[in-house]
Design a protein around this ligand. Structure first.
Ligand code: F6R
Length: 261
């Protein structure tokens, strides 16, 4: 794992977007795993800007989102499919047939989850998985005690996730109580992972995920097992990390980061 600390949320999002853009330029048919949520909005804003100003080309990209609410139609304004359309897909030259979000309305959710796993394999696996972190440590909707080898499945949302996301709904009880999510095991199979955390409310859980023990109670801690995982945090989210001097030293000294310093 590598931890990169940036001055503020804007620079952290910009660095995340730059890393994604670099991967797309290197491999135009990149299989990109995507996340939703407030943290991602500014990353997608930068990617749209790169598309408009620098002709970043998404035409051959394939994407897989981590999760979706059970019971919401794709055109529901609270669905993650809708989030992706309005924040990214509608503004870039991606073929929407190559964008995948689990179907929260599937009649047989078990079959939908297996089919989602199959679609990922058919595309050759995920090259780069973008991740946020929930206040209780989830990645995707992998709530506390999600098995470290879990696969795409239906999951009950935890009270912490309901409290985190309910304010986004007109009334809190409109928020679905279940989601479909890639499993922790599915995420760990991505070739590279990139987790972005910004804001003081993520500081305590980020420290547990990065420097604490690997535990199913904090799904993001499983990323310590991943052979190629980068964590980008702004100063506020990094505030409770103990190893910040070391992480800054790596960023200043590793040649791979020269172009981003
Ligand atoms: C959503 C997802 C979640 C979010 C996390 C942080 O697709 O994967 O794990 O990344 O809940 O959400 P925000 O960014 O709203 O704090």
């Amino acid at each position: 794992m590598e931890v990169i600390i940036q001055r503020d949320a804007r620079s952290a999002s910009l660095l995340a977007a730059n890393l994604i853009a670099k991967e797309i330029r290197t491999k135009p048919s990149l299989v990109l795993g995507l996340a939703t949520g407030r943290t991602m909005e500014s990353v997608y804003l930068e990617l749209v800007r790169f598309h408009e100003e620098e002709a970043l080309d998404f035409s051959l990209c394939r994407t897989f989102n981590l999760d979706e609410y059970v019971g919401l139609a794709p055109n529901d304004t609270h669905s993650y499919r809708h989030f992706m359309n309005i924040h990214l897909f509608n503004h870039i030259n991606i073929d929407k047939r190559n964008t995948h979000v689990p179907n929260g309305l599937a009649r047989n959710l078990g079959e939908e989850c297996q089919a989602y796993e199959n679609r990922i394999s058919d595309c050759g696996g995920i090259d780069l998985q973008l991740l946020g972190i929930g206040v209780a440590g989830h990645i995707g909707f992998n709530e506390p005690l999600s098995a470290l080898r879990s696969r795409t499945r239906e999951k009950a949302l935890s009270p912490a996730t309901i409290a985190q996301n309910a304010p986004l709904f007109a009334s809190p009880d409109q928020m679905p109580r279940r989601g479909i999510t890639m499993g922790v095991g599915t995420i760990l199979e991505s070739r590279r992972c990139l987790l972005l955390a910004t804001g003081a409310e993520k500081a305590a859980i980020l420290a547990q995920a990065v420097e604490g023990p690997i535990t199913a109670m904090v799904s993001a801690s499983a990323l310590q097992l991943h052979p190629s995982c980068r964590v980008i945090a702004d100063e506020a989210a990094a505030a409770k990390l103990r190893g910040t001097d070391y992480y800054r030293w790596i960023f200043q000294n590793e040649p791979e980061w020269a172009e981003f310093r």
